[in-house]
Design a protein around this ligand. Structure first.
Ligand code: UGA
Ligand code: MN
Length: 331
């Protein structure tokens, strides 16, 4: 009887061992990782099943899948995208004065500037105080702006004398003051008269100005255009029909200056004393750069991207002196 029991036991033993082994292997199979789903019962209970723990000190043999993960190629850390360098701010200094077409000019200008990224408009009124018209206009223009004013002394308000000298200087002073205590942010300064016509491409061109950049200007100097002459990427002369002896035969609309240059030449300003008509640009540029240093833009100065347009004086011959309109309307 005893021997029968023994023999049965020995026959069953391998099977018992096989069953134990299989049970053991089954319990070692990795559990499916639990991804909490918003409405899953597991997630609602805070997760009753632990997610797979990988490669801990307890990980023994027989965990093929985990071993492969450890020894296989490790996932490379993704290259971090470099932060974009900040877009240089374009500071547009615009002198402006009260006249019937003023609001129309400013409207055209604002419509252009609103399409230019990172542009700060410095509007300088030729007046003893900020006017209501310009203040209201700027408040609704939807542009980062600064509103300054300075009157042109009466003695300089004569035909043949340079215009807007004090206003441009006020803009320069504001810029220098603003950046007095901080490291210069990338920026570009441009003198944008209120009556010219500016293409959007012009702002793309000037934004990369390192020191002083130049380009052609249309409808100026008694010609269809004036332009710097460029050879091997350098300015070597000027195509102009008027006072070709000017050191920089260029209109105010034909150049931009980096903020850095403005700040490192704190004395560079527009001068009244000794200034001849048409020499303002040269007198100013002489203080901050040389012709050799100029950076030609607009495809080596072969494209006109700005026009020195002039709006004709409005004809108000029929404007009534008496029997005025019953409402007051701003034009
Ligand atoms: C040319 C140049 O393009 C100007 O940059 C230069 O200032 C001017 O000559 C000059 O004689 O000094 P032009 O079209 O003849 O320009 O001049 P305006 O357009 O009448 O004036 C230039 C800027 O100064 C304008 O933005 C205008 O609004 C402003 N301005 C003009 C004043 O602020 N006050 C004035 O009394 C006259
Ligand atoms: Mn003009």
């Amino acid at each position: 009887m005893k021997s029968v029991l023994f023999s049965r036991f020995f026959i069953l033993l391998p099977w018992i061992l096989i069953v134990i082994l299989m049970l053991d292997v089954d319990t070692r199979r990795p559990a499916a990782p639990l991804t909490p789903r918003p409405y899953s019962r597991y997630a609602a209970r805070g997760g009753t099943r632990l997610p797979l723990r990988r490669g801990g000190p307890e990980s023994g043999p027989g965990r093929g899948a985990e071993k492969r993960n450890q020894s296989g190629p490790q996932p490379q850390p993704k290259p971090q995208p470099q932060p974009e360098p900040p877009l240089p701010t374009i500071y547009a200094i615009t002198p402006t004065y009260s006249r019937p077409v003023q609001k129309a000019e400013l409207t055209r200008l604002a419509n252009t500037f609103r399409q230019v990224a990172q542009l700060h408009w410095i509007l300088v009124e030729d007046a003893a105080a900020r006017s209501e018209l310009v203040s209201r206009f700027l408040a609704r223009a939807g542009l980062p702006s600064t509103h300054l004013h300075v009157p042109t002394p009466r003695r300089y308000k004569r035909p043949g004398l340079p215009r807007a000298t004090e206003q441009r200087n006020a803009g320069l002073a504001w810029l220098r003051q603003r950046h007095q205590h901080q490291r210069a942010q990338p920026g570009v300064l441009f003198f944008a008269d209120d009556d010219n016509t500016y293409s959007l491409e012009l702002f793309e061109e000037m934004r990369t100005t390192r020191k002083v950049s130049v380009w052609p200007v249309g409808l100026v100097g008694g010609r269809r255009y004036e332009r710097p002459l460029v050879e091997d990427g350098r300015v070597v002369g000027w195509y102009t029909g008027w006072r070709a002896d000017r050191p920089f035969a260029i209109d105010m609309a034909g150049f931009a200056v980096s903020l850095q240059v403005i700040l490192s030449n704190p004395k560079a300003v527009f001068k009244r004393h000794g200034s001849q008509p048409g020499m303002q640009e040269s007198d100013f540029l002489k203080q901050i750069t040389t012709v050799e240093e100029l950076e030609p833009k607009a495809n080596n100065c072969t494209k006109v991207l700005v026009w020195h347009t002039r709006t004709e004086k409005a004809n108000l011959a029929n404007e009534p002196k008496y029997h005025l309109d019953t409402v007051k309307i701003e034009v």
